[in-house]
Structure formats: structure tokens, C-alpha cells
Design a protein around this ligand. Structure first.
Ligand code: HXC
Length: 254
């Protein structure tokens, strides 16, 4: 196995575990990660994923040693990297907890998560230009949407790394924690998210994702329709009734 999986309360923590390759993302790792997440995605007892790596590397990219001899036709017929679309299709929120290197596919994996929290040691980058290629798992698109054209061009054309503080001020990272406490802090945020109604969390995530895909008018209409839909759930009734009764809501599976 190239990953370690633990379940703590309603949170599944997945640790990338290929230390000899700084967690480079090869096909077996991708398949294991997707299979585990698909299994838990449908589980009403799981409310959030945390994806993390080691202190030295979240992931140092796609596996260069798996790719280097491939031809165009190999890449085309394997539809190389298309499997990552199954990762993005996971509907339960997924949080990246990043320490150390998040380079190339590693940075792209973090960006495929819904929130990135970083330790003060994190280094983000899209260094593919140095290998004679370009980002191939969404980097040119997601980095640009996340931090804007100026910085995305700077990162992708120079291949330089960006530290945690710059990544936070650019909007790539939601918050920075000391590396010693990163995972505990992120698990506690994940616990909080997982304590809410899974239905409303999934719908909220989907609505935010729509903001990246559609215009404002359509996006607001979409939001209003799914907001209305939540009034068909027991969780909405319970959440509002609990507020009125000044008690903690008990959300179910509706
Ligand atoms: C395969 C990798 C790897 C990678 C590191 N390793 N990154 N193997 N694919 N992406 C391996 C090294 O070969 C080495 O194995 C071991 O991990 C330790 O790495 P070192 O380089 O010795 O460590 P260090 O000197 O600390 O340098 C760390 C590093 C460097 C700066 C992160 O490893 C590095 O630059 N890695 C490549 C980063 C990169 O270019 N990523 C983008 C990949 S392309 P051995 O066996 O020698 O000990 C990509 C998308 C491609 O992600 C899209 C195009 C289609």
C-alpha cells in the first residue's frame, strides 16, 4: 500500500506513504487513494477527509520515473492522469494538510481538495517547465483561478517555489499552522465540518464549486434552488429547532 488510512470519529485521514519517493504520485497510489475515498464517500458516518503527507513532503509531484519513457500514444491511450477526475468527483469535503514539498502533481492534488491548510514549512510549486512539460493534473487552470493570472504565470513559467506565507496571502492556502500541530489542528477543523449535516455540507461545497464554473447570475439562481431544496431535509428542521430551543442540533442522514 502507498497510503495509510485511519478513521477517527467521522473523519477519515489518508496519509500518502511513499517516503522513498517523497510521496510521488504514481498510478497505484492514485488508484488506492480513489478506491478508499469512493468507499467512504457514500458512508453517512464519514463527514470529512483529511489528505496529508510527511513533514518533508506532501507530494513531490507525479512520478517522473513512471512517466519518463512514455510516448505520446502511451499517454493518449492510457488517458494518463484522467483517473484524478475520480478524486475531484468525491462529494464529501476533503482537506489537504500540507507540510514540506507540494510540487507539480502534489500542488495539483492539494488544489483538488476543498481547503488547503499548510504548515509554516510548506513549499508549493509547479516545476514541470523544468522537465520540458507543463502541469497536467489541472495546475494551469486551478492555480490561475485560485491566485490569479499574474502569480500563476510567474509560478508556472519560472517553476519557482512559493512558501506558506506567500501562498496564504495569495489565497491558495486558507490558514497556516506550526508544523508540529498542523495535523491536530486540521483534524479538529475536519471534526467540526463532520459534525454538521452531511447533506448541507455536500450542497454547500457543490455550490461553492459552481462559482468557479458559471456566471454570477446563474450561480446565484443555482444557490437559491439548492437552498430551497434543503427545506426538504430533517436536518434543516432539526438545525433551526435546536437554535430556537437553545440546544446542540443532532443531525442525521436525511
Ligand atoms: C519520482 C521522485 C520525485 C518525483 C522526488 N523523487 N520527486 N521520484 N517522481 N516527482 C525521488 C528522487 O528521485 C529521490 O529518489 C527521492 O525521491 C528523494 O528525492 P531527492 O531529490 O534526493 O530529495 P531532495 O534533494 O531533498 O530534493 C527534494 C525535491 C526534489 C526538491 C522535492 O526531489 C525534486 O525537485 N523533485 C521533483 C519535483 C518535480 O519536478 N515535480 C513535478 C513532477 S511532474 P532516489 O531513488 O534518487 O533516492 C508533475 C506533473 C507532470 O508532477 C505533468 C506533466 C504531464
Amino acid at each position: 500500500m502507498n497510503i495509510k488510512v485511519e478513521k477517527e470519529r467521522r473523519v477519515v485521514i489518508i496519509t500518502l506513504d511513499r517516503p522513498q519517493a517523497l510521496n510521488a504520485l504514481n498510478t497505484p497510489l492514485m488508484n488506492e487513494l480513489v478506491a478508499v475515498m469512493q468507499q467512504y464517500d457514500k458512508d453517512p458516518e464519514v463527514g470529512c477527509f483529511v489528505v496529508t503527507g510527511s513533514e518533508k513532503a506532501f507530494a513531490a509531484g507525479a512520478d517522473i520515473k513512471e512517466m519518463n519513457t512514455k510516448t505520446y500514444l502511451d499517454m493518449f491511450h492510457e488517458d494518463y492522469f484522467a483517473g484524478w477526475e475520480q478524486f475531484t468527483a468525491i462529494r464529501t469535503p476533503k482537506i489537504a494538510a500540507v507540510s514540506g514539498y507540494a510540487l507539480g502533481g502534489g500542488c495539483e492534488l492539494a488544489m483538488m481538495c476543498d481547503i488547503i491548510y499548510a504548515s509554516d514549512s510548506a513549499k508549493f510549486g509547479q516545476p514541470e517547465i523544468k522537465l520540458g512539460v507543463i502541469p497536467g493534473i489541472g495546475g494551469t487552470q486551478r492555480l490561475t483561478k485560485s491566485i490569479g493570472k499574474a502569480k500563476a504565470m510567474d509560478m508556472i513559467l519560472t517553476g519557482r517555489m512559493m512558501g506558506a506565507e506567500e501562498a496564504e496571502s495569495a489565497g491558495l492556502v486558507a490558514k497556516i499552522f506550526p508544523k508540529e500541530t498542523l495535523l491536530e489542528e486540521v483534524k479538529s477543523i475536519a471534526d467540526n465540518i463532520a459534525s454538521y449535516s452531511k447533506t448541507s455540507v455536500m450542497i454547500a461545497k457543490e455550490a461553492v464549486d459552481r462559482a468557479l464554473e458559471m456566471g454570477l447570475r446563474e450561480g446565484i439562481l443555482y444557490e437559491r434552488r439548492v437552498f430551497h431544496a434543503l427545506f426538504a431535509t430533517e436536518d434543516q428542521k432539526e438545525g433551526m429547532q435546536a437554535f430556537i430551543e437553545k440546544r446542540t442540533p443532532s443531525f442525521g442522514k436525511s
